[in-house]
Structures are given as structure tokens and as C-alpha cells.
Ligand binder design. Structure first.
Ligand code: FMN
Length: 342
């Protein structure tokens, strides 16, 4: 679990291929333990970090936020910020740490983020976003990408989205992920902003027709691998999945390598992944971490399967206890087997 000092580089085209399916950046969820776990299920999908703010890196010197394990690759670092100079420095730090892509958050609606002029509020200032992208591009040699909404508040997405895309493409943005709904910056919580504003996939499809050379990933409400494959079949370049990948990682990710990249299907069961997490979990505990910080991401591994409740309950009740170690994963598996046999 060391930070990779000499990072294995992926070429821009490798990352573009990986971006056919990605797991969304999710604060407090897609930390390095979560990404390590997801990587054991899919060798191919592009994984995103949680948002890391440029001020935290540049002014706060919080370099530990960049730590990750080389086994997680390909991983994209998502940055939050709106100061081109600071974002350029943060992008450079991210590229040096070995991230395969640097992504700018233009979609997050939370108050804290608005007050720092990060996230979705940037949809109102495409000129500033373009300057940020340009500065980040100049600072690094890894792809610079943007994750955005279709608009905010009373904006008309039909007009603002194409203008936004034209500006960021001209600035050198190599790929964009569009969360296919507006964000309401007043009146809705971040959680409501992920469900209440209606999805408009058609608009994203039309953007692909308007910008045929821009790699466009769609995000929002994709609840299964079949849905992702169907969106790719309709001409989109990539699909990003957030909550479903977190809550049902096996269903979403285990067949992805075969279904999306044509790999030979691997004969594996979710139990194999649980076992494969044990050395990682133990190393985390041995380094002074809590087992629950790793196992909390694994609760959904058996979602929808017999015994899933026993698995979840064993991990969530016991992983927080003092002295809990990786053997709990085996205990949880045996409780699940017992529940299945009962
Ligand atoms: C717990 C949580 C945290 C999130 N944090 C971020 C974030 O840091 N950056 C970001 O761009 N989006 C963030 N999002 C939004 C997701 O990336 C994604 O756009 C959204 O969940 C819609 O996709 P889905 O319907 O597949 O979940 C977060 C979502 C959740 C559920």
C-alpha cells in the first residue's frame, strides 16, 4: 500500500478506452480503499478519486490526499477549484503523483463548494472554465477532462450546454462527462440534486451529434451494465456510473470487462473478491487504520444474493470494534453461508 513513486504511465488512448465505463467521483465513497476493491472486480474500468480541492493541495499542502496504490490504475484525479493558476499547480501535482487523467469538477452543487466557486456554479462561467482547462493543459501532459451538468437553475440547457462544450473543447479539454440533469443551486440539497432535476439523455445524445469528435460520457441514473451497453450502442463514447456501482459493485463491474472491452470472461465469484481484499484490509489495519474504513465499501458485494444481509450485518456490526482485523471478512463469508443453508 505504498504511494507509487514511479508511476506506471498509461497512454492517453489507453485512458480513453478505459473511459468507456467509469466509476464516478464520489466524496467520502470513492477513496483509495474503495477503488482498490473496485479494481479487483473490473481490471478495465476507469476509476475516479473523490474531489480534491486545488486550495487543499496548493495552499494547504495536503499531499496525502494524492496517495494511491498503483494497483488502482487507471485512476483519474478529480479537482475542485476555479483559479486557473492554482488548478494548474494542483494538476501538476496530480500528474506527478501518477494520475492518468486530471478532471475538473463543474457539477457538484453543495453549498460549501459554491462558496469556494467550485463545481456546478462554474456552468455559469464557461470563459473561466476554459481558462482553467487551458492552464491545466499547459501544466501537465496527461489528459485534462471536465465533468459537468447540463446547466444550473434557470439556464436553458439547449443553449448553454453547447456553448459550454465549445469553449472547453477550444481550450483543450479532451473528454467530457455530462451528468444529464440540471443542478439547482438554491433550494435543493446535494442529495436531491442527484435525483430531483429530470434526466435528459436526449440532450446529451444531441451533443454527441454536434461535437462528433469530442469524447462524451453520459452520467446519471444508469442502474445496470445492460443500460450502459445500450447507451454505448447508441453512439456515446462512455458511460459513468456512480451510486449503482457503489451499491452493487459485482452486478455492475464483474461482467464489464467482457461486455464492454471484449475480454474473455473470467470464472470468478464475489467470494473470490472478498478473499482477495483480505491482504489489503490487513495491511490497512497493520498500518493503524480501522477495518471498517475498508469493509464499509464492501457491504454491497453480495447485493441481491442469498445471505447478503448476514454478510452486511457481520461487517457493519463487527468491523468497527477495537481489534477487528481482516479475518472478519472470512467470518462474514461463513455467516453468509450459514444463512444460505438455513
Ligand atoms: C456520495 C456521493 C458523493 C459525490 N461526490 C461527487 C464528487 O466529489 N464529485 C463529483 O463530480 N460528483 C460527485 N457526486 C456525483 C456523482 O459523481 C454522479 O454524478 C451522480 O451520483 C450521478 O450518477 P449516478 O446516478 O450514477 O449515481 C457524488 C455522488 C454521491 C452519491
Amino acid at each position: 500500500m505504498t504511494m507509487n513513486a514511479e508511476p506506471a504511465r498509461h497512454s492517453a488512448s489507453d485512458i480513453e478506452r478505459a473511459a468507456r465505463l467509469s466509476v464516478a467521483p464520489m466524496m467520502d465513497w470513492t477513496d483509495r480503499s474503495c477503488r482498490y476493491f473496485h479494481r479487483l472486480i473490473s481490471a478495465r474500468a476507469l476509476l475516479y478519486t473523490e474531489m480534491v480541492t486545488a486550495p487543499a493541495l496548493v495552499r494547504g499542502g495536503a499531499l496525502h490526499l494524492l496517495d494511491f496504490d498503483a494497483a488502482e490504475q487507471p485512476v483519474a484525479l478529480q479537482l475542485g477549484g476555479s483559479d486557473p493558476f492554482e488548478l494548474a499547480q494542483a494538476a501538476r501535482m496530480g500528474a506527478r503523483a501518477g494520475y492518468a487523467e486530471i478532471n475538473l469538477n463543474c457539477g457538484c452543487p453543495s453549498d460549501r463548494v459554491q462558496s469556494g466557486t467550485f463545481g456546478a456554479v462554474l456552468m455559469r462561467d464557461p470563459g473561466l472554465v476554459a481558462r482553467c482547462v487551458m492552464a491545466m493543459r499547459d501544466a501537465t501532459d496527461v489528459p485534462v477532462t471536465v465533468k459537468c451538468r447540463i446547466g444550473v437553475d434557470d439556464q436553458d440547457p439547449e443553449t448553454v450546454l453547447p456553448e459550454f462544450l465549445a469553449r472547453i473543447v477550444a481550450a483543450g479539454c479532451e473528454r467530457v462527462t455530462i451528468h444529464a440533469r440540471k443542478a439547482w443551486l438554491q433550494g435543493l440539497s446535494p442529495k436531491e440534486n442527484r435525483d430531483v432535476p429530470p434526466l435528459d439523455y436526449d440532450l446529451v445524445m444531441r451533443m454527441k451529434q454536434l461535437f462528433p469528435n469530442l469524447h462524451i460520457s453520459i452520467n446519471g441514473g444508469v442502474d445496470g451494465l445492460d443500460a450502459a451497453v445500450s447507451l454505448l450502442d447508441q453512439g456515446l463514447d462512455g458511460v459513468m456510473i456512480g451510486r449503482a456501482a457503489y451499491h452493487q459493485p459485482w452486478d455492475i463491474l464483474s461482467n464489464a470487462d467482457a461486455a464492454i472491452w471484449g475480454d474473455v470472461p473470467r470464472a470468478r465469484a464475489p467470494e473470490d473478491v472478498a478473499h482477495a481484499m483480505m491482504p489489503y484490509a490487513q495491511a490497512h489495519v497493520d498500518a493503524g487504520g480501522k477495518l471498517s474504513q475498508v469493509t464499509r465499501h464492501m457491504l454491497g458485494l453480495f447485493a441481491g444474493r442469498p445471505g447478503a444481509r448476514a454478510w452486511r450485518r457481520t461487517l457493519s456490526e463487527h468491523a468497527v470494534r477495537p481489534g477487528a482485523d481482516a479475518r472478519l471478512i472470512e467470518t462474514a463469508l461463513s455467516h453468509m453461508e450459514e444463512a444460505r443453508a438455513a
